[in-house]
Design a protein around this ligand. Sequence first.
Ligand code: NAP
Length: 426
Amino acid sequence: MASFAARSASQVLRASRRTSAAVARAALKPQAASYSLLARTASAKVILNPTFQTVRGVKTLDFAGTKETVYERADWPLAKLQDYFKNDTLALIGYGSQGHGQGLNARDNGLNVIVGVREGGESWKQAVEDGWVPGETLFPIKEAIHKGTIIMNLLSDAAQSQTWPELAPLITPGKTLYFSHGFSVVYKEDTKVVPPKDVDVILVAPKGSGRTVRTLFKEGRGINSSIAVWQDVTGKAKEKAIAIGVGIGSGYMYETTFQKEVYSDLYGERGVLMGGIQGLFLAQYQVLRKNGHSPSEAFNETVEEATQSLYPLIGQKGMDYMYNACSTTARRGALDWAPIFEKANVPIFEKLYESVRNGTETRKSLEYNSRTTYRQDLAKELAEIDNQEIWRAGMYKVSRLLWDISMTSVFTGKVVRSLRPDYKPE
Ligand SMILES: NC(=O)c1ccc[n+]([C@@H]2O[C@H](COP(=O)([O-])OP(=O)(O)OC[C@H]3O[C@@H](n4cnc5c(N)ncnc54)[C@H](OP(=O)(O)O)[C@@H]3O)[C@@H](O)[C@H]2O)c1
């Protein structure tokens, strides 16, 4: 039952998404700028479809029995968005994954955006490559904060804590302080980030990497984001959060609190989104190899089929759909084993949640990411993963296959994780 309820909610949401995209495109028609450069090329005929028009207006969605309000980009036509921020300068502090995605999207949306990063650092170079102009739209951090009215703190979470003593006095009344994670203010005992009492403090946390924030925007779509208010001095903090959410490329925004955002985010990425799935892939692969299966067979049954076939089906149509797309043999076995995996994993997830809640994960992250060698240390650990047989298996096979079928261009890239001969690395 839960599965059907979830599916119908997601169907409503998808219908609403299509509608909103259509409405957004219609709203954009007479204007010079766009939510996305590519979206402008989309045909306005979509809006003529009556199905889209009838669904338009759904704002409260039922998620498996719980009603939630969803804020939509469609309510912020570009002219309204640009007018709302006409007296503002969005100062993006930090230009990592999120700085890049959010900054370029806001700039393409016609907002007044500047970037503040360490002079001469990696991010400075990256920002210049992306067209930010030193002295015009690219500044050292303190100068950017001085010029900005909305200070978007997109430094790494560890750097937010490290730099806070220097930056805090620059967050003067009238400015707005923005984060994309609840980390710094929620774990203030550890980070020491305590915002001044006289500024609005808001959050827009895209539910995806900064690269996805950018890609979806360019496709004319918008990423889902969480929004939250920590401190509302002006009485407009929530509205501002929604508007900035649209500005940086969100399509749909879900209200939460700083605390719930950071708990769920730290938990999810350590769990199924990253750590959990990495551990599960590896465990399955190892047992197959121990029992005499070849690397390609173990890879196919673990990574290839998951990422190339079954997980996309879950994403597109739901878990039940994925089951139905598989053999009755597969369905029977998976249905029997799912509760066994669930039972085995609940205690691990409970331990993980507690480790997030009590700040252990935060302290580890701050300690590790505050090291001067954090980039090299991380690169070393990731290289170790890259060197695991499971991932070498996927990479090796592709390069051989590309040779075997006499592709005109030889594959020289490194990050390929598929055994399909027609797979094209980006
Ligand atoms: N990445 C995601 O998928 C994601 C998703 C949602 C929310 N968020 C949140 O968004 C925020 C930004 O994350 P991110 O992943 O985009 O950034 P990041 O890669 O973690 O951080 C990179 C930025 O921090 C700067 N930085 C690091 N140490 C510094 C220091 N000591 N002093 C000054 N600058 C320093 C870097 O500049 P240099 O190049 O000069 O070192 C770079 O501009 C975080 O709060 C994060 O939790 C991230």
